[in-house]
Design a protein around this ligand. Structure first.
Ligand code: CP3
Length: 344
């Protein structure tokens, strides 16, 4: 595996003395250069669909910090938009979408095969990045998992407990499952196009997987992730996939084997020593420093970073946060985390 990029080596199962490192939401509002480019673009969605500027913000954290991976700048909610949902962002509050709660709402969505006209600028961003990234940096594409995307499509916004999506799941299971199937199909096509454009890894973000329990987790978090992973690996043999069933708890155990993903991303509620013994035994893990350290810094940051590196030292590991960095983070704390991982 000599000569291969550090992140790809970890995904192939290699343990490394210094793990590769990148950070969820590494292109974001905590960086002054991001805020400047976003102001130039106008608003967040205009930035996502402007391939040159989206590539620029993807590259900013690579230039500043030399992360081992760049993640395409886009959003998981572009897929619902490409399926025909209205989407807008309310400053300070978050996303808003037209809701899907009835058969007639669902009937207004287009077929999965129609998404590319809207999403073509995203594939162009990937092509620009695969030309411009440093040779040692891995390009990660991504999409939301069907359940997480559905929670936003059903409620029309983010919800603390995913209540509206759970209600539809129980009251109109057929409609709920039809929606999940449509998102699954669109996601396979979307990720497939990202791979054709140059993404070397794809990550499936299931931010709300933790609110599915028992059999519901198996049916609506694990099974769609398995279907997407299997379809991508059939179309693109060898493509590595990272799964992120956030807050899955005990359901992290066996998730990689059951879905076929090459790496499981861990949120920061997971104890690293427990995860080394119960999850890393099946392959690569990613994570899982608490994002608050990027705000608070200091010796606590250094101690927790070292503890995570140490816990995962005996197997393949990608260092990352347990969730996205927040806008109030201090860019110097990011540097301290990187120096601690790379310098010991
Ligand atoms: O990680 C990266 O740097 C890549 C880009 C990326 C964004 N969103 C950019 C973004 C990725 C991978 C996402 C994923 C995403 N988007 C998720 C799953 C991961 C997670 O965080 O749980 C979800 C649930 C979304 C939906 C979404 N997008 C919400 C709820 C919000 C508003 C909350 C917020 O942070 O403001 C967004 C907006 C968003 N997506 C921003 C960024 C950089 C902030 C937009 C801005 O500049 O104002």
């Amino acid at each position: 595996m000599a000569g291969q990029k550090k992140l790809l080596r970890a995904l192939a199962g290699e343990k490394q003395d210094v793990p590769p490192i990148w950070m969820m939401r590494q292109a974001g509002r905590y960086l002054p250069e991001y805020r400047a480019t976003r102001a130039e673009a106008g608003d967040f969605l205009s930035l996502c669909y402007n391939s040159d500027l989206a590539a620029e913000v993807t590259l900013q954290p690579i230039r500043r910090y030399g992360f081992d991976a760049a993640i395409l700048f886009a959003d998981i909610l572009l897929v619902p938009q490409a399926l025909g949902a209205d989407l807008w962002f309310v400053t300070g509050e978050g996303p808003r979408l037209s809701t899907i709660t009835t058969e007639s709402d669902f009937a207004k969505l287009g077929p999965a095969s129609d998404i590319h006209e809207t999403l073509n600028p995203i594939y162009e961003t990937v092509r620009i990045l695969s030309r411009e990234l440093p040779a040692e940096t891995t390009l990660i594409g991504f999409a939301g998992a069907p359940w997480t995307v559905a929670t936003y499509m059903i409620a029309g916004r983010g919800t603390p407990d995913q209540g509206p999506a759970h209600a539809l799941r129980e009251e109109n299971t057929a409609l709920f499952e039809a929606l999940l199937a449509r998102i699954t199909e669109a996601t396979i096509d979307y990720l497939s196009k990202q791979i054709e454009a140059g993404a070397e890894v794809v990550k499936i973000f299931d931010s709300w997987a933790g609110s599915l329990k028992g059999e519901a987790f198996q049916k609506y978090a694990l099974e769609p992730c398995r279907q997407i992973t299997q379809a991508l690996k059939e179309r693109h043999p060898g493509i590595p996939v990272i799964g992120f069933p956030r807050e899955a708890g005990e359901n992290y155990v066996g998730f990689a084997k059951a879905t076929g993903v090459d790496c499981v991303a861990l949120d920061n509620s997971v104890d690293p020593e427990w995860a080394a013994a119960n999850v890393q035994v099946d392959g690569c893990v990613q994570g899982n420093l608490a994002s608050r350290h990027m705000v608070t810094g200091g010796q606590d940051l250094v101690d927790d970073t070292r503890r995570i590196v140490e816990a995962f030292r005996n197997g393949p590991h990608i260092f990352n946060l347990g969730h996205g960095i927040t806008p109030d983070a201090d860019p110097d704390n990011v540097q301290l985390m990187i120096d601690t991982v790379r310098g010991g």
